[in-house]
Each structure stands twice: as structure tokens, then as C-alpha cells.
Ligand binder design. Structure first.
Ligand code: GAP
Length: 448
């Protein structure tokens, strides 16, 4: 298990990819262990100046593909705090559980399905019978802490899309097939959070519920498998590190008629990035039954009323960001010198452009700042004047910045700058007036 809190700043170098990425995340300001000054709070993480940019880019790329570039999907941002009625109807109160055992020897608590009958802490086989442990975080809304005031932090964003089905239908005049998309935090009291931000108790999801006529559900399930796989490929996950895995019938969730996972080859093996499920009419029917409200669609062209079926691509934003980091991490040599480089697609990189005055001398500063001001409206930029230019290039390579723009003394004469490419390290001279267009052109063609 790798945990950012376990990698001390002065720990020795390691060949392990996971350790290297965790170390990079911590030392370059992508992801910090949360509450670190108080010794950390296990399995919670804070996204630092670079991480917050990259996570936002992951979510924006998803929103762009799933909402902006479609006319059949609209967005939603539902409440995180929710009443028990929602989770009663969804089945989470009854079934969103993990089987939990206690070790009678060392009193550690484990998920039964993860330990094969042996306590990973002390090796004892003296374990209690499994008990169902509900993964939802429970709290109280208002000043009274009794059963009548119980509220839950949502364990998935999905239910907000079902409970707002009629609101969205009536206000947008969409008709099936159409989707509702949402990005936001979800909370699960995971018994064994692990592998850095792969499984945490607080995480972000990117989910879309696509409502279809029942007889079209298989067609749309197949369609979304293809769309979602392509999204990861387009943003730079290599084909040989990505696969679709169809669930066996005994693996299916209580609501699912068919599920396939998009899996990534993590350092510990293939594991889930996203689940794509054919949920049938389970959710709308369950909420209609429990709420007494009608959640269906009247098709005026056929004079028929029906409950749409749902295809759900459900991805994790934080987990996906980690996969992009692992896939992008690389080491090579430039002029005989080793370098670490994140070969991130430019759309995901925390900074797309770094503006670097060649020297700290004040004569370069006004022009460098003018260049920065011109580029900032179009790209997320870093501005760095510290240390020699070689070191600054390396620092930008290490955090994935695709383009460095260097302002030198010639720039004062020719009004041009040097643009350096992260992957090839090629440098070209570009007039300052053409710089934004040049960078935008590179954005259209790569890297990535
Ligand atoms: N609405 C269906 C649903 O929530 P899920 O497979 O439980 O399905 C979807 O979750 C995605 O959310 C997962 O594929 C994963 O990427 C992410 N996810 C789930 N639990 C997570 C956790 N504890 N930490 C980080 N990401 C998680």
C-alpha cells in the first residue's frame, strides 16, 4: 500500500512507479496528505496548486465531451446532504455494505473479501463472523441529533439525477434518449482505503445517466462503452494500458442488467477507472414507488407512456487523474542528463505554458510580463524567474508543462521569443505577435 503520508521528504530514491508518482505529487504540489500538520488524517488528501489545476482539467475534459459537445446531455449539480428516503429507495441503506471481520488477536478490522481468512496485520486466523457494514456517512441535519434528523453524505452523485428526472424533463423539453450529467464529491466510509487516491473516503465522481426507450437500451449501452473508452485514449492513456471488462452475472450490482468496467493497468494490476451499467428501469421505478411521484415519459408521437431505461457511465475524477499521472510519468536523458517528464496531454497539464525570462535582470522583466499578459487569457501559465534556464526547463518538464516560452535579450531587439517543446525539446523562434496563434495551433495538434 502506498500512502503519500508514508513517503518522507528525505526517503531514498526508488524504482517503483507508484512511489515516484506519489513523491512527485507531494513535492511538486499536486497532492498533499490532508491535515498533515496534525499528523495527517488517513485516506484524505488535499489538492495543491498543481493538483487543483489538473483535477479541474480532467473534469473540464469530461464535461466538454459529455455535455458541451452534445445536444442530448444537460448538466446538474445536486445537493450532497440528502434525506434517508433517497437511500431507502435506491437500495443503499439495505445493500451498500461491505462484509467486515475483526481479528480476535490484534483487534484490527478488515474487509472479509480482501483477506482470505488471515489477518494481514498479525497473521492470525482467529476472525469473527462477517457483519454487514454500511459505507454511507451518516450525520444529523439541524440541532437535534435523533433519528428524525438523520442525513447522509451521498455515496454517489447518481441519485440526484434520478430524483430530478421530471424537473429536468419539464424545464429542458428533452426527450429520450437524453442524459443528465453531474460532477461532484461523493463519500464512502471505505474500510480499506488504499493506493493513494485510488480508493479514498472522500472523492469526486463524474457520472451521467442516459435515459432511453427500453427497447434501445442494449444499443446505447454498446454506444457508451465505445465513447467512454475513446475518451481515455484521446487524452493520452496508451491503448495497451486500457481495457473493457464485462462483469460476470454474479458480480452485478443489485440494479444492474449488465456492467462493463473501463480498466487501467495500475502498478498493482488491472483495476477499475469507470463502470458503465445498464440499470434498466430500476432507479426511476424505485423512486416513483417510494415518493409517490410519477417518473416516466409520455411519448406524444406514439401516445405511449413508459419508464425509460438508464445507461450510466460512472467515472471517478480523482482516480482518473491518478491514472493520467501514472501513464504520463517518464524518465529520459537530455544531452546526457537524466530528466523526469510528465508526458501529459496539454489539455490536462497543470500549466500549459511557462513564461521564463532568461535572466533575472530587470531589463527583461517588462517584456516577459507583457508576454505573460498576452498568453494568460488563453492558457494556464506559470511565470518563473528562479535559477538557471536549464533547471527551470527541467522543473516544467517534471510537472508536464508542454510549452516553455523564453524571453531573452534578443527579444528586446527582434520582438520574438523562443518556444520550447517538452517532449522533443525542440526550440523555435516566434514573433511575440504570433505567439498565441502558434500555441493554439500546437494545442490543436498535440502533444498528446
Ligand atoms: N453510480 C454508480 C457508482 O457510483 P461505482 O462503481 O461505485 O458506481 C463509480 O463508482 C466510480 O467512482 C468508480 O469507477 C471509481 O472511479 C470512483 N470511485 C468509487 N469509489 C471510490 C473511492 N472510494 N475512491 C475513489 N474513487 C472511487
Amino acid at each position: 500500500m502506498t500512502d503519500a503520508a508514508e513517503v518522507a521528504p528525505d526517503a531514498p530514491e526508488t524504482d517503483d512507479l507508484m512511489e515516484k508518482v506519489v513523491r512527485l505529487c507531494r513535492h511538486r504540489g499536486f497532492i498533499f496528505p490532508s491535515a498533515e500538520i496534525y499528523g495527517g488524517f488517513r485516506s484524505t488528501y488535499d489538492y495543491g496548486p498543481l493538483g487543483v489545476n489538473m483535477l479541474r482539467n480532467v473534469k473540464n475534459a469530461w464535461w466538454r465531451a459529455m455535455v458541451q459537445q452534445r445536444d442530448d446531455v444537460v448538466g446538474l449539480d445536486a445537493a450532497i446532504l440528502s434525506p434517508p428516503a433517497i437511500w431507502e429507495a435506491s437500495g443503499h441503506l439495505a445493500t451498500f455494505t461491505d462484509p467486515l471481520v475483526d481479528c480476535r488477536n490484534c483487534h484490527e478490522r478488515w474487509r472479509e473479501d480482501k483477506i482470505e481468512g488471515v489477518c494481514p496485520n498479525c497473521g492470525s486466523r482467529d476472525l469473527t463472523e462477517a457483519r454487514a457494514f454500511n459505507l454511507m456517512f451518516k450525520t444529523f441535519a439541524g440541532p437535534v441529533e435523533d433519528e428524525g434528523h438523520v442525513a447522509y453524505l451521498r455515496p454517489e452523485t447518481a441519485q440526484g439525477m434520478f430524483t430530478n428526472f421530471t424537473n429536468v424533463l419539464n424545464t429542458t423539453r428533452k426527450k429520450p434518449p437524453f442524459g443528465i450529467a453531474q460532477i461532484g464529491k461523493s463519500f464512502r466510509n471505505e474500510i480499506t482505503p488504499q493506493n493513494f487516491v485510488f480508493r479514498t473516503r472522500e472523492f469526486e465522481q463524474m457520472e451521467m445517466e442516459y435515459f432511453v426507450p427500453p427497447d434501445e437500451s442494449q444499443k446505447w449501452f454498446d454506444y457508451w462503452l465505445g465513447e467512454r473508452l475513446n475518451w481515455y485514449l484521446d487524452l493520452g492513456i496508451p491503448q495497451d494500458k486500457l481495457r473493457l471488462r464485462h462483469h460476470d452475472p454474479d458480480e452485478l450490482s443489485h440494479y444492474s442488467r449488465g456492467t462493463a468496467d473501463v480498466e487501467f493497468l495500475f502498478p498493482w494490476g488491472w483495476d477499475e477507472l469507470e463502470g458503465i451499467a445498464n440499470r434498466g428501469d430500476f432507479d426511476l421505478t424505485a423512486h416513483a414507488t417510494h415518493s409517490g411521484e410519477r417518473l416516466d415519459y409520455f411519448d406524444q408521437s406514439t401516445n405511449e407512456r413508459y419508464t425509460p431505461h438508464v445507461i450510466e457511465p460512472a467515472a471517478g475524477a480523482t482516480r482518473t487523474m491518478m491514472a493520467f499521472l501514472l501513464a504520463a510519468y517518464d524518465e529520459d536523458e537530455i544531452g546526457g542528463e537524466p530528466r523526469n517528464v510528465l508526458r501529459l496531454d496539454w489539455r490536462l497539464a497543470p500549466y500549459q505554458v511557462a513564461v521564463l525570462p532568461l535572466s533575472k535582470k530587470e531589463t527583461l522583466e517588462p517584456l516577459a510580463r507583457e508576454v505573460l499578459r498576452r498568453v494568460q487569457p488563453h492558457f494556464m501559465c506559470d511565470y518563473d524567474t528562479t535559477q538557471g534556464i536549464g533547471k527551470r526547463y527541467r522543473r516544467q518538464d517534471e510537472v508536464g508543462t508542454p510549452w516553455c516560452v523564453t524571453v531573452d535579450f534578443d527579444s528586446l531587439e527582434d520582438n520574438a521569443v523562443t518556444v520550447r517543446d517538452r517532449d522533443s525539446t525542440d526550440q523555435v523562434r516566434v514573433p511575440i505577435d504570433d505567439l498565441v496563434g502558434e500555441l493554439q495551433g500546437r494545442g490543436r495538434t498535440g502533444p498528446g
